[in-house]
Write a protein that binds this ligand. Structure first.
Ligand SMILES: Cc1cc2nc3c(=O)[nH]c(=O)nc-3n(C[C@H](O)[C@H](O)[C@H](O)COP(=O)(O)OP(=O)(O)OC[C@H]3O[C@@H](n4cnc5c(N)ncnc54)[C@H](O)[C@@H]3O)c2cc1C
Ligand code: SF4
Length: 316
């Protein structure tokens, strides 16, 4: 069988604010703009009124702005597959975005190909638990009406991301590594079981284009300023090629070798490792609730050291 060739591009949105407010380099909104201009619909992930991520549909560019920015807890897909099918059956153009497993889920639901369906997925480390996310929010902002959440804020730059949460009376702004929620997510706790054995890695994906952070870009295009973020686009199909071509009007871009594009992005090719003591993490969280979570946070430095030693023992 001939291996599928995948073209890769480093790129960033020419609009400074769009680029800054997006998680990577603002490629997603560059694509959305062109789909909306052509009368199409965009499906993406926004927050509901309780700041739970959910899938929604829009026909306005303004609506796409709600989709911008990574939301790490798993999104609620609700009836989105059915709504997408209804639009496609009316011969409407639809851009669907989500995790690789959500794109696979949509394709399996539709059961046939539609020429006006375009799918974008992300390189996906795994999704965080909506249950832990809600208990974190309630604990830190109890009785306060949260009105803003950004999981990856670029105040300190793209590579030193921070989480920013605001209510009318309080603001939390913490570097990702120091934040209790982000820390336990990045360490690999609180993910869905299937994320540890994800089936949709490497070239085994059903999207037309995969978008992600262009980690390692400083070694490929050292002259580019990275502060506000750089995206990578991996073109998986002819539909993906079309999407990237139309988005070019809003982008600075450069083709880069596929191997270099994925080299520093481990979760393109593999799932997150199941952390040791994960069963204990969940047992203690379910028994002790947030009390455990705080103890966990306080000891996370020690925990990381234990984890390192554990992985060395396993490797021996
Ligand atoms: C759970 C998760 C894990 C990720 N893991 C990695 C990784 O390991 N490596 C990496 O390089 N990039 C990862 N990303 C992707 C990256 O953070 C950016 O979202 C991506 O590069 C797009 O950035 P952008 O600047 O083009 O646009 P943005 O405007 O930031 O695009 C946001 C896009 O992400 C989608 N999205 C947001 N939240 C969710 C969600 N909960 N579920 C499904 N889709 C969502 C939106 O619909 C939209 O398509 C992850 C994103 C998420 C949500
Ligand atoms: S890691 Fe895999 S299974 Fe988990 S959300 Fe991402 S695509 Fe889905």
């Amino acid at each position: 069988m001939i291996e599928r060739q995948i073209k890769a591009y480093a790129c960033y949105n020419l609009d400074k604010d769009t680029r800054y407010n997006s998680t990577s380099g603002g490629l997603f909104l560059a694509i959305c703009k062109e789909i909306i201009d052509r009368g199409g619909y965009v499906v993406g992930v926004e927050f509901d009124t309780n700041f739970n991520p959910r899938h929604a549909i829009t026909k306005e560019y303004q609506g796409c702005l709600n989709f911008s920015g990574s939301k790490y807890p798993q999104s609620d897909t609700g009836y989105i597959y059915k709504d997408v099918k209804t639009l496609l059956d009316k011969d409407e153009m639809v851009l669907f975005s989500g995790t690789p497993c959500q794109v696979a889920g949509l394709k399996s639901f539709l059961k046939k190909d539609y020429s006006k369906l375009f799918c974008v997925d992300i390189i996906c480390m795994g999704v965080a638990s909506p249950k832990i996310w809600q208990s974190y929010l309630n604990h830190v902002f109890s009785n306060d009406d949260v009105d803003y959440v950004r999981f990856k804020d670029k105040k300190h730059g793209w590579t030193k991301y921070s989480i920013n949460i605001r209510s009318k009376t309080k603001e939390l702004h913490e570097l990702g590594g120091r934040n209790i929620f982000m820390n336990s997510y990045v360490l690999g706790h609180q993910m869905r079981e299937s994320c540890y054995e994800c089936q949709f890695k490497g070239k085994n994906r059903f999207s037309d284009i995969t978008i992600a952070d262009c980690w390692g870009v400083e070694k490929i295009i050292p002259e580019w300023d990275r502060h506000d973020g750089i995206s990578v686009a991996l073109i998986n199909s002819d539909q993906g090629n079309f999407l990237f071509k139309i988005a070019q009007a809003n982008l600075e871009y450069k083709e880069i070798p596929y191997e270099k594009a994925i080299k520093e992005n481990p979760y393109y090719s593999m799932g997150k490792e199941l952390p040791p003591f994960n069963k204990f993490f969940w047992w203690a969280y379910n028994e002790l609730g947030f009390l455990f979570y705080w103890i966990y946070d306080a000891s996370s430095f020690r925990y990381r050291a234990i984890r390192k030693i554990w992985s060395l023992i396993i490797k021996k």
